[in-house]
Design a protein around this ligand. Structure first.
Ligand code: NAD
Length: 506
């Protein structure tokens, strides 16, 4: 049994928190077929905290052999029906119990998430963990409301269509919202009656392992939920190529998304759903009646989570007549953001996930300037003395041909561009291979309605950024991927539709 099943005592002082966390974080085995196991090869990889760069622990580096064991465990559990054939009411109770346990352990989960990712503890406490719990509850509640349909048939036939679980789901998730993204996939997949093999990002495995321990306590049967830790090109690739995985549900980068589609084509034509990030535009028209709110959202739309958000509003389009004044407001908001130790409850902006990601962001700031961009704010690594990976909120004035108008940074870099009329705003906003999120600020209902139709993105927000929740589908158009997380659409993604016709003597 893992020490993750041992609750931490809530610690209030930082030293106490760190001591308790390093105790709970030491064992880092994978969770396969209901058991805690080392990688068969015995290999591990180092896990550092971006807070100060120090080593937290070593984590089992699973490879194809471990993935195979996990898939066999998941398939066996699926075929013998220990989960999928439970009455919906019983499965619902188990998932609610899991959500209850996650709530009871929320503080530990939040501390672990911050330790692993460097994100501010206030965000882990207020956003990541509560939303992961809410997701689990939403799908627990939805699972006994799945209905099929009866077709219009001749008198001597009954035809109906039913949703059947796909079987074994491979979930490959990123490090920016580790537990939240994991539950976006694990909760609906389990709710539909599937077995799951979860591959967390190598930079953020800990909360997934913790929840595996809670799932045991909640009554999720052995083999139904497995966590295979490891590197993307080893464990992740093995999962994607496995002949007995029915679907890969993925959030992460475009290049890996493409590889997953190739792996599916080269193996068993498993289904793939991809959530791949973007270069999301936020448009501010001069008629906006809430410029202060727009400025808040312009800043936080990209600086939240240190810019490591797939929907980050990284391109800000401002009508030329108000651009200078509006940019001043955005700069004022950005300057007020408190950068600091992720474990300080007052910190609003913490460390980036890794040294590599930090250098990627800094590199883009350089490239943006080399492309003619004008640095208006930030641009540097900060808190270097901590050994952690901190980049200050940064803002550049650019034109549409700049690299920062095209490529996803996944860091705290906001680019501002001017437009002169509505048509130009939509043309520039849509001038990207991505299509995840978009936003518009205007007092005109007519213009808002036109914008919702003109913007080519899976999410459109009017007069508010990121204004939606678990009840609404989340996913992209174009190269931001396909398939939806959240809402009932995500539930049906993990099912096949079977049409049954029964002919009888009328
Ligand atoms: P990534 O796509 O490399 O990793 C995401 C997940 O995929 C991780 O679990 C990783 O282990 C796994 N993976 C990596 N290579 C794999 C492979 N060959 N086969 C199967 N699985 C594999 O993303 P990253 O390295 O963590 O970040 C790189 C970039 O990805 C970022 O700069 C950002 O642009 C993007 N990203 C996007 C999101 C998002 O929410 N859309 C999240 C994280 C990162």
């Amino acid at each position: 049994m893992s020490a993750f099943s041992t609750p931490l005592s809530p610690a209030t002082d930082l030293d106490g928190v760190m001591a308790a966390l390093s105790a709970v974080a030491k064992p880092a085995q994978a969770f396969i077929g209901g058991s805690w196991v080392d990688a068969r090869s015995g290999k591990t990889f180092d896990n550092h905290t971006p807070r100060d760069g120090t080593l937290i622990n070593r984590i089992a580096a699973c490879d194809a052999a471990d993935v195979d064991t996990a898939v066999i465990a998941a398939r066996t559990a699926f075929e013998d029906g220990r989960w999928t054939r439970l009455a919906p009411k019983a499965r619902k109770q188990v998932l609610h119990k899991l959500a209850d346990l996650m709530s009871a352990h929320a503080e530990n989960l939040a501390l672990l998430e911050t330790l692993d990712t460097g994100k501010p503890i206030r965000d882990s406490r207020a956003v990541d963990i509560p939303l992961a719990i809410n997701t689990t509850r939403y799908y627990a509640e939805a699972l006994d409301k799945i209905y099929g349909e009866v077709g219009p048939t001749p008198d001597n036939r009954l035809s109906y269509a039913v949703h059947e679980p796909l079987g074994v789901i491979g979930a490959i998730v990123p490090w920016n919202f580790p537990l939240h993204m994991a539950m976006w996939k694990v909760a609906p997949a389990l709710a539909m009656g599937n077995s799951v093999v979860l591959k967390p990002a190598e930079l953020s495995s800990m909360t997934a392992l913790y929840v595996a321990a809670l799932a045991v306590e909640a009554g999720v049967p052995a083999g139904v939920f497995n966590v295979v830790t490891g590197l993307g090109h080893e464990a992740g690739d093995a999962l994607a190529r496995h002949m007995d995985v029915d679907m890969i549900a993925f959030t992460g980068s475009g290049p890996v998304g493409r590889q997953l589609m190739r792996a599916a084509a080269d193996s068993n034509l498993k289904r793939v759903s991809l959530e791949l990030g973007g270069k999301s535009p936020q448009i501010v028209f001069a008629d906006c009646a809430a410029l202060d709110a727009a400025a808040q959202n312009a800043a936080w739309g990209v600086f939240y989570n240190q810019g490591q958000v797939c929907t980050a509003a990284s391109r800000l389009f401002v009508e030329a007549s108000i651009k200078d004044a509006f940019v001043e407001k955005v700069i004022a908001v950005a300057k007020s953001i408190k950068v600091g130790d992720p474990f300080d409850p007052a910190t609003q902006f913490g460390a980036m996930i890794s040294e590599r990601q930090m250098h990627t962001a800094l590199g883009y700031i350089d490239k943006g300037q080399a492309d003619g961009g004008r640095l208006l704010l930030g641009g540097h690594r900060v808190q270097t003395e901590t050994g952690g990976f901190y980049v200050e909120p940064s803002l550049l004035d650019i034109t549409a041909d700049n690299v920062l108008a095209r490529e996803e940074v996944f860091g705290p870099v906001l680019s501002v561009l001017a437009f002169t009329d509505e048509a130009e705003a939509y043309r520039l906003a849509n001038d990207t291979v991505y299509g995840l999120a978009s936003g518009v600020w205007t007092a005109s209902l007519d213009r808002a309605m036109r914008a919702t139709k003109a913007l080519k993105a899976g999410l459109v927000w009017v007069n508010g950024w990121d204004a939606c929740d678990i009840t609404m589908p989340f996913g992209g158009f174009k190269q931001s991927g396909f398939g939806r997380d959240r809402s009932l659409h995500a539930l049906y993604k993990y099912a096949d539709l079977k049409a049954v016709s029964i002919t009888f003597k009328a």
